[in-house]
Design a protein around this ligand. Structure first.
Ligand code: TRP
Ligand code: SF4
Length: 328
């Protein structure tokens, strides 16, 4: 299995990224050949007017990845814009991608509505999924670990790969989306955890801050008073119990919730203690890495060189198949 996945550098990573994406990456790197990259060109499709902050977020994100256990000895960690071949393949794929396919991608209109303050009527933003397709097929990926919102992009990648193979000869495998088992991670207010909702627990947050945040995380509203029973299935905090607690702890807290035998704070303390078992070492590694930014830059540079070699090999084949491109 060959795995490719990317993340846009849009700021510090939080527990939602950790549970939703990085756990999955960490597991995949044990068994599959993995390419994990910083999608800085993709960030530019929406943040072109603050390109400086995109650039400044790159190293921060790689620090979070490494702290969370993404291992450069097992996975190729690279920077998208450091491999110019992605741009070249994006261009070639754009030649065969009908505009109607792109206009039909759900994220196209959704993101334009969500980010109504920005002008996203650009060529680059429409082509976002074509660039993503280039990222994926460049490394012959068979699996793409993504969240549910990204499944249409992987579907489109399959269609573009199929069309390329039909026109220019069999070149690219059709990748599958690999969905994470964990459902969306709720933030402190019960909505999806997101920096923009201001409801996130960041990997860089200090221990006291994590405790304070999770202690006031939303619970089943039926438990307004201590004596009112609740239902863990309607409790956002309990979603984190499911990730972090043992089966004994899950049974104990669920029973305590339904019988009002336990208070919400006590219940959450059990989850917080478990979450901290993962977050404490991440926080420590993060601090150590942040103190050695040149080493982190080296990791990214080494991975980028490795990715570039693979991309050059792919593009040599692609140019021959297409019959255009390369040396005169
Ligand atoms: N679009 C993805 C996201 O927003 C990021 C991304 C870019 C990606 N290229 C990719 C994910 C290739 C998987 C494979 O999350
Ligand atoms: Fe949630 Fe636990 Fe409170 Fe029940 S007791 S509502 S599971 S925090």
């Amino acid at each position: 299995m060959r795995i490719v996945s990317g993340m846009r550098p849009t700021g510090r990573l939080h527990v939602g990224h950790l549970i939703g994406t990085l756990h999955n990456w960490r597991r995949l790197q044990e068994t599959a050949e993995c390419f994990f990259f910083v999608a800085d060109w993709h960030a530019l499709t929406t943040d072109y007017d603050r390109a400086q902050s995109v650039g400044a977020s790159i190293l921060e994100m790689v620090i979070d990845w490494l702290a969370a256990g993404i291992d450069p000895a097992r996975a190729t960690i690279f920077l998208q814009s450091g491999v110019c071949e992605h741009a070249e393949l994006h261009l070639l794929l754009s030649m065969i991608t009908p505009v109607t396919w792109l206009e039909r991608v759900p994220t196209y209109k959704e993101t334009q509505q969500q980010l109504a303050d920005r002008d996203l009527s650009t060529y680059g933003f429409l082509g976002y999924p074509v660039l993503q397709a280039a990222d994926i097929v460049m490394y012959g990926a068979t699996g793409v670990p993504v969240g549910a919102d990204q499944v249409p992009h992987v579907e489109l990648t399959r269609e573009i790969a199929r069309r390329f193979n039909r026109i220019f000869g069999d070149t690219f495998p059709e990748p599958q989306a690999l969905l994470t088992e964990t459902p969306r991670v709720p933030g402190l207010d019960g909505r999806k955890m997101s920096k923009s909702y201001n409801n996130a627990v960041f990997l860089a947050d200090a221990a006291a801050e994590v405790r304070a945040k999770l202690s006031r995380m939303m619970t089943d509203p039926r438990r307004a008073r201590r004596r009112d029973p609740g239902d863990p299935d309607d409790c956002p905090a309990y979603q984190l119990h499911r990730v972090y607690c043992t089966s004994e702890e899950l049974a104990f807290t669920a029973e305590g919730c339904r019988t009002a035998g336990i208070g919400c704070l006590e219940c959450k303390q059990i989850m917080i203690a478990r979450a901290e078992q993962e977050l404490v070492p991440i926080r420590e590694r993060r601090a150590a890495l942040a103190a050695r930014p040149d080493d982190v830059r080296d990791v990214l540079a080494t991975g980028t060189r490795r990715a570039r070699a693979a991309a050059e090999a792919t593009m040599a084949v692609v140019r021959t198949r297409v019959g255009v491109g390369g040396r005169v």
